[in-house]
Write a protein that binds this ligand. Structure first.
Ligand code: DMJ
Length: 606
């Protein structure tokens, strides 16, 4: 029997924990402007905790082991996390670290190595990281131009791009999944590629073509998309895996998540960045089919691509990018509902598990982990940008709290191997710095200011699937620029030709029937009479319309939303989901004072 003083102490511990978890004022109220600022600064500190941990303990290896404070080569052995983090450094305005890192990479990186790497991962993380940093470092308008910079990263990107090209030499045009950077494709290389792996390369390769004036990169990746789309089912669905020699689907499960996700993403984004209508038309058909066959309001299921029979009633965490993509497409109502559903899973566990079974409403066996994925943060940012509904700031705050309380570990942030027990694993993917903290920081900065390159900078930016910033500069976008930019369209009466227009735009004489980026059966498609894609500027468009994020709640919907906020529950929430309380962890910001020395040391070591 415990003694009275022990019982008393236990009671006070309980009381203190109770107050901390349940009565914390920040949790009871919505995010105030002052708190948004604090959260933005907290996210910045999170970035440095992980970045400095990487630089101190792992660099120049690829990734950090955040628990044991070590490192590992997980992709090609070329300082992957540093490359992936470059444009986040620039976004945070960290001129010194950005410049020092660009300089180190320019001097030390080389791809003439005997390593077999994933074409997809190398493209989105390394090629994309190099290109976005190049576009920032070489341009006065970004405010982050590096005076001594002389295209080193672009040269590296071009070299890497050429080393990836042999992968595209297949009968279907769909690339092999892996390639050796020195010797090309191994004769025993698997001929099976995922749809996302083969169809998510067009942004990086397209930008590379436009910066180097060599069309080959853009051509091969467009050909790969054509190769995949040509093999779509009668329902306009694509499967998950395909044999790049025979063109047969080896995995016929269609969905918006695992193995397919960013295929959809790059169809729309390639159109938005390059103005290439072929991507738009494919996106319209693919999106319509997804909404018809996969959407089970508010969730998405996986179905057989030929019959549309449900094969997996699963939410997988990669699906969480979808509402963000819908914002770009202008289809915001379903985005709002789906985000609410996905976030309810986060609230239940404090993280999203890799798989959540929609039939049993429980974590899918074998898919219990949360490897620090960014997709839900990404959609939260886009929905906040589109609606300015403060509930998205509240959602962001809960995500920060979960990461701080359960994922923070000595030298960075740890994967969670089981969302129910919050067990930490000694790994930190490079996308944590490229995407997860980037979207959180942008979310709160948007609420505060914004004062950042993306939301208040010289160009419109498209985010690659790895969160890299790809600007719509004249060099990249003007070739086929049109005023229907980002999903919004002009009336002819509203057109003013821009003096800076390039006269030879192939879209100039195009007067087809076009609506928004949505399929023609979309409820938004017939709202405005349009007369085609017309190059120029559209003075009648608001900033939001130009970005495809001009969503205004119709008055009855606004009312519904308010009442929902006041107590109505979504389908998902009605499954008695428990909210995981956010908690502040005790940590003190660590500053890496030896950053430059570390770069120099490593550089000398090589
Ligand atoms: C990232 O590498 C990219 O976002 C990719 O499209 C999907 N997987 C991870 C993040 O989860």
């Amino acid at each position: 029997m415990p003694s009275a003083p022990i019982l008393l102490s236990l009671f006070f511990i309980f009381l203190s924990a109770y107050s901390h978890f349940f009565l914390h004022p920040a949790l009871a109220d919505g995010v105030t402007p002052e708190e948004a600022k604090q959260l933005r600064d907290e996210v910045r500190e999170m970035f440095y905790h992980a970045f400095n941990g990487y630089m101190d303990h792992a660099f120049p290896l690829d990734e950090l082991r955040p628990h044991s404070c070590g490192g590992e080569d997980s992709l090609g052995g070329y300082a992957l996390t540093l490359i992936d983090a470059l444009d986040t450094l620039a976004l945070l305005g960290d001129r010194d670290r950005f410049a020092a890192s660009v300089e180190w990479i320019g001097k030390n990186l080389q791809f003439n190595i005997n390593k077999t790497v994933s074409v997809f991962e190398t493209t989105i993380r390394v090629l994309g990281g190099l290109l976005s940093a190049h576009l920032i470092a070489s341009d006065y308008a970004t405010g982050m131009r590096i005076p001594t910079y002389d295209n080193q990263l672009l040269n590296l990107a071009e070299d890497l791009g050429r080393r990836l090209l042999p992968a595209f030499d297949t009968p279907s045009g769909i690339p092999f999944g892996s390639v050796n950077l020195m010797y090309g494709v191994d004769e025993h290389e698997s001929r099976i590629t995922s749809t996302a792996g083969g169809g998510t390369l067009s942004l990086e390769f397209g930008v590379l073509s436009r910066l180097t004036n060599d069309p080959i990169f853009e051509q091969v990746t467009k050909n790969a998309v054509r190769g995949l789309w040509a093999r779509r089912s009668k329902l306009n669905l694509v499967g998950a895996h395909i044999n790049v020699f025979t063109g047969e689907w080896t995995q016929k499960d269609a969905g918006i998540g695992t193995s397919i996700d960013s295929f959809y993403e790059y169809l729309l984004k390639a159109y938005l960045l390059f103005g290439d209508e072929e991507y738009l038309y494919i996106f319209q058909e693919a999106y319509a089919a997804a909404m018809r066959c996969l959407y089970n309001d508010p969730w998405y299921v996986e179905v057989n691509m030929d019959s549309a029979a449900v094969v997996w009633p699963l939410f997988n965490s990669l699906q969480a990018f979808w509402p963000g993509l819908q914002v770009l497409a202008g289809d915001i109502d379903p985005a709002i509902r789906t985000h609410t559903a996905f976030f309810s899973v986060w609230k239940r566990y404090g993280f999203t598990p890799e798989g959540f079974n929609l039939a049993t409403f429980s974590v899918q066996h074998g898919q219990r982990s949360y490897p620090l994925r960014p997709e839900l943060m990404e959609s939260t940012y886009w929905l906040y940008k589109a609606t300015r509904d403060p509930k998205y700031l509240d959602a962001g705050r809960e995500m920060v709290a979960s990461l701080q309380y359960s994922a923070r570990c000595p030298c960075g942030y740890c994967h969670i191997s089981d969302v129910e027990f919050h067990k930490q694993e000694d790994h930190m993917e490079s996308f944590f710095l490229a995407e997860t903290v980037k979207y959180l920081w942008l979310l709160f900065d948007l609420a505060v200011g914004p004062d950042n390159l993306v939301d208040n900078g010289p160009y419109k930016y498209i985010f690659s699937t790895e969160g890299h910033l790809l600007p719509a500069t004249p060099e990249i976008s003007l070739v086929q620029e049109h005023c229907s930019y980002f999903g919004a369209y002009c009336n002819t009466s509203n057109i003013r030709q821009d003096a800076s227009d390039v006269a030879t735009n192939p879209l100039d004489n195009l007067h087809g029937r076009v609506g928004t980026a949505l399929p023609s059966n979309s409820r938004f498609s017939d709202s405005t009479p349009i007369s085609g894609l017309i190059k120029g500027v559209c003075p009648g468009l608001t900033h939001g319309q130009k970005f495809g994020i001009s969503y205004v709640l119709p008055s009855h919907r606004a009312h519904e939303d308010v009442s929902r906020n006041q107590g109505e529950q979504t389908n998902a929430e009605s499954h008695s989901m428990v909210v995981v309380q956010s908690q502040n962890s005790d940590y003190s910001p660590s500053q890496n004072k030896n950053y430059h020395e570390k770069l120099v040391e490593s550089s000398e070591g090589e």
